[in-house]
Design a protein around this ligand. Structure first.
Ligand code: IMP
Length: 449
């Protein structure tokens, strides 16, 4: 593997597409994995053998003992949460010493950010965004406002205490003006923060120089995006989005490196669509079919446990995501969840109430909420694909569905996941990224259309 084989993985829908599994698979051959956006709003699940790791901040590559992990400047970090996550990894037998590094430029989330997030959501009532309640928006807001705290302070606990105390006092004054919000106990919060700082200070390291060094030494890098294109602060269904950018460009900005180091972009998408939280969702199914997808796909949030909204694959939104994020190839997950359906629908265009056609995701959420999808129907395969590992084993109708999605979206599907475990995966086609995946997954990986 040469550094040219660096790859950037982003979510191609509204998050929860299964990026954790894809990153975990690839980490077998990628010695360096970087998280570049968001915070512990993300929930990346990695399963192998009978073990399950729920990761929120640490890159999914961490479960491979020879992978070095970086948390880049564009992330927002809740220090005690990061300590707890590292401790959980240790408890599960994963040694992390010398393998996890945090950018001193990352922003810190304080308990008051979380309290403000919750109080604002409460105040919004029916118009709430449905955030994860983790303080992500308020922390990014403070960063943009240039009053937030950054991770370099973790190395100077006295200064950290002073600055955290002052910012939290300001936050508490804001909380006093929000109905039903209680002030945060600043003394207790500072004590917890300072304790976490002691653990995290040794992890501080500038990420850009490290990555340039890895690239120069011939080590390929895997950039692991969180959330998805439709939750991007600029290109997602604003305002029902997260507060970071989920696009590959964010990886370069967050790490402070040339975009030329990012490599090709793989968009992870589900064979259908899910969304958590509020906001327009044109192909949402509020019926027994949607319930079936939720149940069979175990569509409940890793971070909040909330049931996810489920719907048909939306080719309009997928094309939009491919263009906005420069996605070169798709890793399609959860194909097996569709196994029992006799008919599978795919949205190929949107129609406004006045009959106007739209073939993209509009900027205005009210317009998006008003569209009616125009569906095309595909025959279901009504056979088990769960656990299949070779594309040649797929029923003809499943192969037809994959080829149909490729035609609709315009980029190849190079990887198909048929279950939560590492081995329940197939490589497909002979696109250079598919060949790269096959190499990573070893000789056992089949390549076939
Ligand atoms: P926040 O990122 O907590 O501010 O939440 C903003 C929106 O992004 C809400 O609709 C969340 O449900 C959604 N969101 C944030 N993180 C994730 C994720 O990792 N998966 C899916 N949705 C997410």
């Amino acid at each position: 593997m040469d550094p040219e084989r660096s790859l950037t993985i982003v979510g191609g829908q509204w998050g929860d597409e299964g990026k954790g599994k894809v990153v975990d698979l690839l980490s077998a051959k990628y010695p360096v994995v970087v998280r570049f956006n968001g915070g512990h709003n993300a929930g990346h699940t990695v399963r192998f053998a009978d073990r399950r790791f729920a990761l929120h901040l640490v890159p999914s590559g961490v479960v491979h003992s020879d992978v070095t992990c970086y948390l880049a400047a564009g992330m927002v970090i809740d220090p005690p949460f990061l300590v707890a996550e590292i401790d959980r990894l240790h408890a599960q037998g994963i040694a992390t010493a010398g393998r996890i590094f945090l950018s001193p430029r990352a922003s810190l989330i304080l308990p008051t950010h979380q309290a403000i997030d919750a109080a604002r959501e409460q105040a919004r009532g029916a118009a709430r965004i449905g955030t994860t309640g983790r303080g992500i928006g308020p922390a990014y807001q403070d960063q943009a406002q240039r009053r937030g705290l950054r991770a370099y302070l973790l190395a100077d606990r006295e200064r950290l205490a002073v600055e955290a105390r002052s910012l939290m006092a300001e936050h508490n004054r804001e909380l006093a003006s929000l109905a039903g919000a209680a002030a945060v106990d600043v003394d207790a919060a500072v004590a917890t923060l300072v304790k976490a700082a002691k653990r995290l200070a040794p992890l501080l390291k500038e990420v850009g120089p490290e990555l340039r060094h890895h690239a120069a030494a011939g080590r390929p890098i895997l950039f692991e995006g969180a959330q998805g294109v439709l939750l991007d602060r600029w290109w997602g269904t604003y305002p029902y989005v997260t507060s970071s950018s989920c696009l590959p460009g964010m990886a370069a900005a967050s790490c402070g490196i040339s975009p030329s180091l990012l490599g090709p972009v793989v968009g992870v998408m589900k064979a259908y669509v899910t969304r958590v939280g509020s906001g327009p969702f044109p192909t949402e199914l509020e019926d027994a079919v949607g319930d079936g997808l939720r149940e069979r796909g175990a569509e409940f949030g890793t971070t909040t446990g909330r049931p996810r909204r489920c719907g048909w694959f939306d080719a309009v939104a997928a094309r939009f995501a491919v263009l906005a994020a420069g996605i070169d190839a798709i890793a399609l997950t959860k194909l097996d969840v569709l196994d029992s359906l006799d008919v599978i629908k795919v949205a190929v265009a949107y129609e406004l109430p006045d009959g106007t056609h739209l073939d993209t995701v509009p900027a205005d959420p009210e317009l998006l909420a008003a569209v009616r999808p125009r569906y095309e129907e595909r025959r279901g395969w009504q056979a088990e694909t769960a656990g299949l590992t070779h594309a040649t084993e797929l029923p003809p109708a499943a192969r037809d569905y994959l080829r149909y999605l490729e035609r609709q979206v315009g980029v190849p599907i190079v990887l198909v996941s048929t279950g939560p475990r590492r081995e329940e995966t197939m490589v497909r086609g002979d696109h250079p990224i598919a060949r790269q995946f096959a190499e990573v997954m070893g000789a056992g990986a089949a390549r076939s259309t």
